[in-house]
Design a protein around this ligand. Structure first.
Ligand SMILES: [Zn+2]
Ligand SMILES: [Zn+2]
Length: 343
């Protein structure tokens, strides 16, 4: 019997460059599909995972979880997808189906989270990937693959945070960080009808932030500008990963305002705002499958367009370096030219 050989790029140890890697594709379980990858976005969490920031990485590790491709094979129980369908897959590729959170439909919070990523056993910087069909999303034929790729993780992460906490379009919303996540958060918040303020430490991003739909822009290094908006915002979505002045950010929230993290920054702060003004900080992780489907259709309807730079997958290390140095404008999507082969 022949086996299917998958080609990809793996880190062989913590923090290392990716090297060409091959493995035998796992046999399809009954609810699984195999997807031949055409595009895979590069996300900051790929770098975090190579560095084992989350403490769940096993090596060799093939990153990549903003996947677009075509269904190459389906397991016997799969009826919703067929060979040739163009699909997207995000961070989550499976779930246990039995825990409290899966039973509530909040599969992104599955108790077996370390086994749920599409990067188990190996991710999307490769020729193909296997995932449970419930986390494989058909794409509209008019949505370009590089746009869909970015929406699969960055898109759903910011959309889910906004949809959960924007309880009325009258809320005053601020987005901290105008990067890969932030430029999408501005577009989604604007399309949800909110008055949006973009906050960035880079004044050079002002014109683009306004172009993405922000109504106002504040340079976070401008102390007077930040002081003028103290107690102004109901909701602040923080998409930045570093260089954050936490006290200044919490200071611009209204009393009982909420700061939602969608990146993974380290936090160090004085608790005064949390206690004296009853502000809260929470995180928001990805979204469940209905949220993913809603996000894809909302993005299509409102013309949400991530700015994407395409690079060949063979330049994966250069792409990761650009993301690490915050030089991507605004997301990088790798175009794959490798194919599985029968051996
Ligand atoms: Zn991601
Ligand atoms: Zn579960």
């Amino acid at each position: 019997m022949s086996t299917l050989k998958v080609l990809g790029y793996a880190a062989n140890a913590l923090g290392q460059r990716l090297e060409p890697f091959e493995y035998a594709s796992p046999e399809l379980k009954e609810h699984e599909v195999r997807v031949s990858i055409t595009h895979c976005g590069v996300c900051h969490t790929d770098i975090h995972a190579i560095d084992d920031y989350y403490g769940i990485t096993t090596f060799p590790f093939v990153p990549g979880h903003e996947i677009v491709g075509h269904v190459a094979a389906v397991g016997p129980a799969v009826t919703s997808l067929k060979e040739g369908d163009r699909v997207g897959i995000g961070w989550q590729g499976r779930s246990c189906g039995k825990c409290e959170w899966c039973l509530k439909g909040e599969t992104q919070l599955c108790m077996e989270i370390e086994n749920t990523t599409v990067m188990v056993p190996y991710g999307g910087f490769s020729s193909s990937v296997v995932a449970d069909h419930r986390f494989v999303y058909p794409l509209s034929p008019t949505m370009p693959s590089q746009i869909a790729a970015v929406l699969m993780c960055a898109g759903v992460s910011v959309y889910s945070a906004l949809r959960t906490y924007v309880t009325s379009p009258a809320l005053k919303v601020a987005i901290a960080g105008v990067g890969g996540l932030g430029h999408l958060a501005i577009q989604f918040a604007h399309a949800l009808g909110c008055e949006v303020t973009a906050i960035s430490s880079s004044l050079a991003k002002k014109a683009q932030a306004l172009g993405f739909g922000a109504d106002h822009f504040i340079d976070s290094n401008d102390r007077d500008g930040m002081r003028q908006v103290v107690f102004s915002y109901d909701l602040l979505v923080c998409t930045a990963n570093d260089g954050i002045n936490w006290e200044a950010l919490l200071g611009i929230l209204k009393k009982r305002g909420r700061l939602v993290l969608v990146g993974f920054p380290d936090i160090k702060l004085n608790s005064t705002n949390l206690v004296a003004h009853e502000c809260s900080i929470t995180g928001s992780l990805l979204g469940n499958p209905p949220m993913m489907r809603e996000m894809l259709s909302f993005a299509q309807q409102h013309g949400i367009t991530p700015m994407v730079e395409l690079m060949p997958m063979s330049q994966v290390n250069e792409a990761l370096q650009k993301v690490k140095q915050n030089k991507a404008r605004y997301r990088i999507v790798l175009v794959n030219e490798m194919a599985d082969s029968e051996v």
